[in-house]
Write a new protein. Sequence first.
Length: 131
Amino acid sequence: MNTNLIKLLLNLKNASLSKKEIINVKYSKPSLNLVKLLYKEGFIQSFNITKVNLNPALGLNGYTAITEALKTDTPIIGFGGITTKDVAYIVKTGIPGIAISNAISNDFNTIRTFNQLLNASSTDEKRHTFK
């Protein structure tokens, strides 16, 4: 059996044992076929396919180049695959904000870590008015 399929089955088993409702699975045709079968047979409630064939990330050099080239008061938001390890580096590029979804979806406890790294409030909303 394919190693990725074994990992998928183990992830599903561990998720079930720990009552975890969401897991991320690396995309492949065999894993998709297995997930479809498990869904059809009622072993999993739902599944989503997201972020297939993504463009490469800008990286720190890309963020720096954008902020230097645009020199604008309009906030530029960094997004896409950002983790807690990336925050300090991204902030140094001049990007005033970041959008995070996957890291938080994987572990809601990271919200507190992101807020601390950004010196941000978890309840204050920041708004920008376009002129």
